[in-house]
Ligand binder design. Structure first.
Ligand code: 5AD
Ligand code: FES
Length: 367
């Protein structure tokens, strides 16, 4: 393994940032040995902040209707073969109640961009969940909305918002999305969410079509500067009814390497080992945790609708009940020495010993 590359990992561990070219050198220079080196350091940093705790989020997939048309996504509006459903507000609240009894203290309401879930309906659902479970966090993952909408949802009690940036390179963004979707809109949404006061999650796919090491380096730079509370990354998985059906899937190993680099960059970052990782590799989520991730997101959606929330092919957990997913993940985590905890799972303060928050300059966001 090239010494100059391990030195870059060391430098990232101590300064929490690298020049863009160095991120690219690391990514282009990926090797299993280099990744193992980064993972070892990332796991040490992760343990210093979160011990062996793993946070869980109960994922409720509330609608497979989507007015958007992302070229990689199975529920894109132009996929006429996609089966569509939307959960009734009462059903969503029931899912959260069931989740609460299973030990979830965070609920993620995720869906396509479905206009049926206007502010009035969505605010009402958020309010109902927070009223019954004031000790829980509600996370929304409902795509791009207006600033006024984000504000209304925040005022109704939503705590966090996940909106992956998908790629931090404008030209690449334009190749993954139809002309009417804009990179600037996506960035505007992320800034609005942050300004309003949400804990914000961005994120990207690894191995998406046309992606290069330079694009991934730009993604790392974006995360370094934006300093989100959460970052969701997972391998691209082709969906048979999209124009990217024949494109190769992303690499589990490269995804894990990037998880390690993100952990080193931001010690207290909430980093999920995603369902896409688990889809491409039966032990993908365990590998993600062992690379430095600290969150898993078992499915709480009603079993009857699960297979319809089909963003990509072969998605796991579509046949299991919520309790089964929860139990399965607890067992998987225990098998690698980690424990799923009953906790809202807010970011914890990073310790000084590992050069955490306290040693960094002002985390102001720059252009
Ligand atoms: N493969 C992997 N991830 C995908 N997503 C959408 N389609 C795919 C796919 N084919 C991810 C996007 C989106 C999130 C909800 O799911 O990054 O933001
Ligand atoms: Fe629905 Fe992309 S197709 S958000």
């Amino acid at each position: 393994m090239e010494q100059s590359l391990t030195r870059l990992v060391d430098e990232l561990s101590s300064s929490r940032e690298l020049p863009l070219e160095d991120y690219e050198r690391l990514i282009a220079g990926y090797s299993p040995e280099l990744a193992a080196y980064a993972a070892e350091r990332a796991v040490a940093v992760r343990k210093s902040v979160y011990g062996t705790d793993v946070f869980v989020r109960g994922l409720i997939e509330i609608s497979s209707y989507c007015k958007n048309d992302c070229r990689y996504c199975g529920i894109r509006a132009s996929n006429a073969t996609a089966e569509r459903y939307r959960l009734a507000p009462d059903t969503i609240v029931d899912c959260a109640n069931e989740g609460y009894d299973l030990g979830f203290r965070t609920f993620v309401l995720q869906g396509g961009e479905d206009p049926w879930f206007d502010d009035e309906r969505l605010c009402d659902i958020v309010r109902r969940i927070k009223e019954v479970h004031p000790d829980c966090a509600v996370t929304l993952s409902m795509g791009e909305r207006s600033r006024a909408s984000y504000q209304a949802l925040f005022d109704a009690g939503a705590d966090r918002y996940l909106l992956r940036h998908e790629t931090a390179t404008r030209e690449h963004y334009e190749r993954l999305h139809p002309a009417r979707m804009s990179f600037d809109d996506r960035m505007r949404c992320l800034r609005d969410l942050r300004d309003i006061g949400y804990a914000v999650g961005c994120g990207f796919m690894v191995g998406s079509p046309y992606q290069t090491a330079a694009h991934l380096a730009a993604d790392l730079k974006f995360v370094e500067r934006f300093r989100p509370q959460m970052c969701g990354i997972g391998p691209f998985v082709p969906h048979h009814a999209t124009e990217f059906a024949q494109k190769p899937a992303g690499s589990v190993a490269l995804t894990c390497f990037l998880l390690s680099l993100l952990r080193l960059m931001q010690p207290n970052l909430l980093l999920p080992a995603t369902t896409a990782l688990g889809t491409l590799d039966a032990r993908g989520r365990e590998k993600g945790i062992l690379a430095g991730a600290n969150v898993v997101m078992p499915n709480l959606s009603p079993t009857a609708v699960r297979s319809m929330y089909s963003l990509y092919d072969n998605k796991i957990c579509t046949g299991e009940e919520s309790a089964q997913c929860r139990g399965c993940l607890s067992t998987r985590m225990l098998s690698i020495g980690y424990t799923v905890v009953v906790d809202r799972g807010d970011p914890r303060a990073a310790t000084m010993a590992f050069g955490g928050e306290g040693t960094r300059p002002d985390p102001k966001e720059e252009e």
